[in-house]
Design a protein around this ligand. Structure first.
Ligand code: FAD
Length: 574
């Protein structure tokens, strides 16, 4: 099955110990049952039970300790971690969140040169510790340059002794973290430090100078506002300084934002099962709801979008795992997993909610929780805008300066993803080159796919628009205009990785997916046309991007019956 299914998922691509861990995690949730999961969600119960389970099964210690610091099977293996994300998202985003922020908190630790802290962290993971990532501050949002958490020489005047002062805001697990990785600035900046003197250090949430003020959200999660007041820090607690601290913050987010897409896939999958079960049994006006023409289309589009989310993310995992100093293509695909896959998740939920209507409000459905939580994913680890602003930097090289790379096969080996902790400088993004997207679009196996032909024509015309009427110097400064161009560009890269076909999607399904993409491309083209600053030439060329998919009723029927409606009564939460 393409979609995750708690009973049928075999995890045949994982080693036996990892497979057993995934199965036990599924069993934990199946035994807990939807009713209890929903009750805990409603009553905002801190999820001590899953944290105890993680400890008992050594889940975090196994999955979140890089090779060399933990037991035999401990390694940072993104392939395994994506599977774990999908399971947690499938059952509850809250449970997923405590894992997500632990991962974020661990990033700067594993990237650091502080070996003593790394070994202590490995032990804390074995002891069942959770972790926190202290980046955000109340006043500064995405503007990390303005961070006001300070690390100053201690009053005792001893070299290497400091005191930390400042507040952090929106910090998940911030009340119970074994270590919170805190980002701040050295004050005064050390002599010779030209840029801001950034610093990362660890703080213990149970220390008397660590004051957790409150939970900022009304949920099972604890998203802390906390304050360090004269918190003592020595060199032993420092993870990194200067440009490295800055790079480690961004490189940690590079890794962890990937999780958001997989959580969205899990959430949409569970919601899909609920929606199809409900609609296929509901009889109105002497018809099953699933027989209505518009419902067939809504289900088809929801399934195609979900299949695309998963196919793209699976292939992007290959680029993440095979990344190196010479191959940083993952820096385009990761933000797409974060930004595009999570917003597609919102789209899938919208479509499903249109189908199940009132049912989506019922308190004992998984759906009611997911439709609330899906909104959060595009906003965490940098907003959609911030990620799109990053993606746009790659557009020129992607279209106009392709470079040959060795073929990247599927990356399923049980190995540690070493490079993720040695990503190096976050600069030089505009120098990153990509392999030619035409290689994926022009594969012989896709030669006779009519919708793909239409989409390829749209890409060709988009490229013409960029050459003949690219953004003017004023438009380059207009982020609103660029965001729209970025949507068109993203769709090309999204389609490319889907066609590299990590999950062996059949061509009928691929054609249906491109039916959706042609319509999306047309929508973004019309938005570009309508932008206040678009020029006459841009408007003419934008209209040429609008196209209609080639209808094929037989193919539609086949995909609907074989892939979509066959999911009826396939999974029902107990
Ligand atoms: C539930 C929850 C949990 C969280 N957990 C953590 C955590 O554990 N640790 C942590 O450090 N943080 C955490 N955060 C913070 C989260 O990462 C930020 O909320 C997020 O990055 C967005 O920041 P902001 O809401 O402050 O938006 P702002 O930074 O205030 O942005 C405002 C608007 O400006 C836009 N914008 C800002 N800068 C740019 C730019 N350069 N280009 C284009 N547009 C821009 C944004 O897209 C947005 O629309 C959490 C937040 C929430 C809600």
């Amino acid at each position: 099955m393409l979609l995750f299914h708690p009973r049928y998922e075999s995890y045949s691509h994982l080693d036996p110990e990892s497979r057993a861990l995934m199965r036990k995690t599924i069993d934990f949730f199946e035994n807990k049952g939807l009713e209890r999961i929903k009750k805990d969600d409603r009553e905002r119960v801190w999820y001590a039970d899953i944290i105890e389970f993680f400890k008992q099964e050594q889940a975090f210690a196994t999955l979140l300790t890089p090779a060399g610091y933990g037991d035999k099977n401990a390694r940072w293996d993104s392939n395994r971690n994506c599977a774990f994300n999908e399971i947690l998202g499938f059952y509850s985003t809250s449970y997923w969140y405590t894992w997500q922020v632990s991962m974020l908190g661990l990033g700067p630790i594993w990237m650091s040169d502080n070996e003593a802290i790394k070994h202590e962290t490995a032990q804390l993971l074995k002891d069942g510790g959770i972790f926190a990532f202290g980046l955000s501050e109340k006043e500064h949002g995405a503007d990390l340059y303005s961070s006001s958490m300070s690390l100053s020489p201690a009053a005792d005047g001893q070299p290497g002794n400091y005191t930390a002062n400042g507040q952090k805001y929106y910090i998940g697990n911030g009340h119970q973290a074994a270590f919170s990785s805190i980002f701040g600035k050295q004050k005064p900046a050390p002599a010779g430090e030209k840029r801001d003197a950034f610093v990362f250090f660890v703080a213990r949430s149970q220390h008397p100078h660590y004051h957790c003020n409150k939970n900022l959200v009304n949920s099972q999660n604890y998203i802390a506002e906390f304050e360090l007041k004269d918190y003592p820090v020595s060199e032993k607690e420092i993870l990194s300084k200067g440009a490295k601290a800055w790079d480690d913050a961004l490189n940690t987010i590079n890794i962890c934002k990937f999780n958001l897409g997989w959580a969205a896939i899990g959430m949409c999958t569970h919601s899909f099962y609920e929606a199809i079960n409900h609609a296929s049994h509901r009889r109105l006006f002497d018809h099953y709801v699933t027989d209505f023409v518009h419902i067939r289309q809504l289900f088809m589009d929801a399934y195609c979008r979900l299949a695309a989310m998963k196919a793209f993310s699976a292939r992007a995992t290959d680029y993440l795992r095979s990344a190196s100093a010479d191959d940083r293509r993952y820096l385009l695909y990761n933000p797409i997993v974060k930004m595009k896959v999570t917003t597609q998740g919102e789209e899938v939920m919208n479509l499903l909610w249109d189908i199940i209507a009132a049912k989506g409000f019922e308190k004992d459905t998984y759906f009611e929780m997911a439709v609330r939580d899906i909104r959060g994913l595009p906003k965490l680890e940098g907003t959609v805008h911030v990620n799109m602003a990053l993606i746009i930097k790659f557009m020129k090289n992607y279209f106009f300066k392709p470079q040959a790379y060795p073929e990247i096969s599927r990356q399923l080996d049980p190995v540690n993803d070493d490079f993720l902790f040695a990503q190096g400088s976050t600069r030089g993004l505009s120098g990153i080159r990509f392999h030619d997207y035409n290689l994926a679009y022009n594969q012989p196996r896709y030669t006779n796919l009519p919708n793909l032909k239409v989409f390829k024509r749209q890409i060709k015309r988009f490229k013409q628009l960029l050459v003949l009427a690219g953004p003017s110097p004023e438009q380059v400064k207009d982020i609103d205009f660029l965001l729209n161009l970025g949507e068109l560009f993203t769709l090309v890269a999204y389609g490319q990785l889907i066609l590299e076909n990590a999950l062996n999607l059949p061509t009928d399904l691929i054609e249906q997916i491109f039916d959706v993409f042609i319509r999306d491309f047309s929508k973004y083209a019309l938005q570009l046309y309508s932008k206040a600053s678009s020029t006459r030439r841009q408007r003419i060329l934008a209209l040429r991007l609008i196209a209609k998919p080639i209808p094929n009723p037989q193919r539609f029927e086949k995909v609907l019956n074989e892939h979509v409606y066959s999911l009826k009564d396939n999974y029902r939460s107990v």
